[in-house]
Write a new protein. Sequence first.
Length: 563
Amino acid sequence: MTRALAKAEMRRFLSSGEPEVLSVSGRWGVGKTHAWDEVLAEVGTTSPLKKYAYVSVFGLRSLDDLKIAIVQSTVALDSDELEPTVESFRKHLSSFDGLRNAGETAIRRSFPHLTKGASALPVVGHMSDLLTSGASLLIRNQIICIDDIERARSGLEISDILGLVSSLRERKGCKIVLMLNEEGLGDQTEKFAQYREKVVDQAVFFSPSSRESANAVLNSSGIIDTELVERVAMLGIVNIRVIKRIRRTITHLEPMLKDRHVDLSKAVVKSMALLGWCVFEPGQAPSLEQVQGGASLFRPLPDGEPSKAEEAWGQISREYDFWSLEKLDEEILSGLQLGAFDLDALRTVFDDLEAQFADTEAIRAINSPWHLYADSFDDNHQEVVQAFVSSVEDYGRNMEAAQATNIIDFLNELGETDEAERILTTYLKAQDGKSRDFFAASLRNFHIRVDQRILDDFERRLDEIPVNEHPADVLLRVSINEFRSDRDIAYLASVPTSEYYDILKRFKGTELSVMVNFALKSENMGLAIRGYSKITERMKDALRQVAQESSLNELRAKLYLKK
């Protein structure tokens, strides 16, 4: 039964004054007592019965213990709170004429220093003896919730509890709700089933959906809670204690998420929900071994048919879009297992992820105007123009030169030449402060059209930005290694001829010949890539310059140039 239906049955139960026994069973942690407390707070004061006691059987050893606990815990339903106190205990005893004076005297002697008790108040001295012998006489015409029946200690049998419940309903006019996990009854399961038919009037199996469990304990108005509700529903977590622990753990990291990209918060929630479930509820969640091994898609198939656990994890990983542990997952899992997070390490991971999310957002924003343009035949000329203008104004710094060129060309073709000129200026301004590597890399490719005014601007900036790494170090590195990074090639393509001339004058022997030969062969290696041809072009210019210095150097230069 869903949480909503179970609560409806609880409301019906409370609306009547007729003696009745309601049994609510379900797995530990699914929120049986939480739902009952919600309903009691909602409609309890309108119930025909005006007194209420909540008792947990956990740790109780005898039927007398249970009776005394009910007496001690009885409160008025119209009181400010339903937790028993010394005052509520006094008022309850005072409602019985024969006990008024004895009760007040015993309480004054036993509790001079107490103002509020727990769910079970200790009783000492003569009052304890009185309650032990006559507790049953003090329980009548009230609502009683008996929780954790399966957790009673040795000496308190299930048959004893149900016998008392039957007596309270039949002879004392009480309404009793029993909360239990039948799976936890162990060897008393059969006995409970036998007595349930005779004692319980209405049995509810409490089986909430994961979304119901999440909504019961989370405030769905914030981005973290909203995302956690979705992730909990996706994973099928129904244990509200586990959901609360996951949420409390996220709270420790919330200050670090403030004012960061919203997708970072979502990534943390996604990771914490899965890994927190694995750590906090290992009996129900996938094993950490499975999660650390990644999705079954990337693991070799075992011999024979996959187990039910493997099939379940395969389905979860696909629906959850989880394929392997990333750096964020590793840090979160480590913190969950150790009980504390390495905040410095997490901050580094957050910084890297935030940059990635910002790039992804920029890509979506840059592509969005093209979809607006191409996906309809609406009469929205000005809307389309403004979308392109806004994309450059907001994300021009994230655009490649070719992307800006495409927008400029499109606006010119559309007849919006003024906007095209304004976009060019806006785009170039957005590149202020970028590194030499950016401008060098942007000039590498000429198989993709780039507006000549952008190329000229980038060339000018390259000449103005000082070189930080010596060109000889980079040229030697790429000459002797098979792997050549785009960054290195872009850098060498941006180096002026004077630097290549300096290399020719400074180096000798094998190092000199290796660097010169690589540079001269570069134009044949890079095909249409501008960077390689630029390297060749500038090395040839440097060799011609050296050749003009003397007839000997002219012959030396020819050794390379004629190859």
